[in-house]
Design a protein around this ligand. Structure first.
Ligand code: ADP
Length: 202
């Protein structure tokens, strides 16, 4: 809905100025992958590692936003899209504040991930594809959701009876069936250092 009486106000403190103050460049690490692929675990471990190095970070987790910001939304295709749109806009606000943002959402649809990517300047949207095989995710089943999906108790479950569209060009690909949590975090930190988004190794 276009609102003609609402005018955009530019901030007096720019994104770049905030970035200098914090000695970090804002970006969004968008973790995508099947339930149980390790999005939350790895994003949380990265959050801790960056925090310990003195960086200002924030993590938005799928389950948590569904308790508040998106509690009116379900799991239909339209609701999943609106969920990701809201989350993308919130992530952008955090990045505008100079923060390194991480998000952990299944985000199964390419079009939704592309919509969020478009909100960010080039190089600031980092798609992290958790490329853990379905068999591993299902055998972990940390929340018992695969069992419920297999028995039909949950419908439209990604990977079972709802599709997951595999990212074609993710910035990073991590398979937690072959990599430890520490190896995944090292790989992410290495990426951020290589791109100059952070500068301190420890
Ligand atoms: P998601 O957020 O993608 O749904 P979670 O992080 O909640 O996934 O669950 C992943 C599960 O796999 C956790 O129970 C975690 O302890 C377990 N796990 C085992 N090995 C690894 C690993 N190498 N990396 C990440 N998680 C792992």
């Amino acid at each position: 809905m276009a609102e003609t009486n609402i005018v955009w106000h530019d901030h007096k403190v720019s994104r770049a100025e905030r970035s200098v103050n914090k000695d970090q460049k804002p970006c969004l690490l968008w973790f995508t992958g099947l339930s149980g692929s390790g999005k939350s675990t790895i994003a949380n471990a990265l959050d801790v590692a960056l925090h310990e190095r003195g960086y200002h970070t924030f993590l938005l987790d799928g389950d948590n936003v569904r308790h508040g910001l998106c509690k009116d939304l379900g799991f239909s295709d339209a609701d999943r899209e609106e969920n990701i749109r809201r989350v993308g806009e919130v992530c952008k606000l955090f990045a505008d504040a100079g923060i390194i943002v991480m998000s952990a959402f299944i985000s199964p649809f390419t079009s939704d991930r592309r919509m969020v990517r478009k909100l960010f300047p080039a190089g600031e949207f980092i798609e992290v594809f958790m490329d853990t095989p379905l068999e591993t995710c299902e055998s972990r089943d940390p929340k018992g959701l695969y069992q419920k999906a297999r028995s039909g108790e949950i419908k439209h479950f990604t990977g079972i009876d709802s599709p997951y569209e595999v990212p074609s060009h993710p910035e990073l690909r991590l398979d937690t069936s072959t990599m430890t949590v520490d190896e995944c975090v090292d790989s992410l930190i290495g990426y951020l250092l290589d791109r100059g988004l952070i500068s301190r190794k420890d």
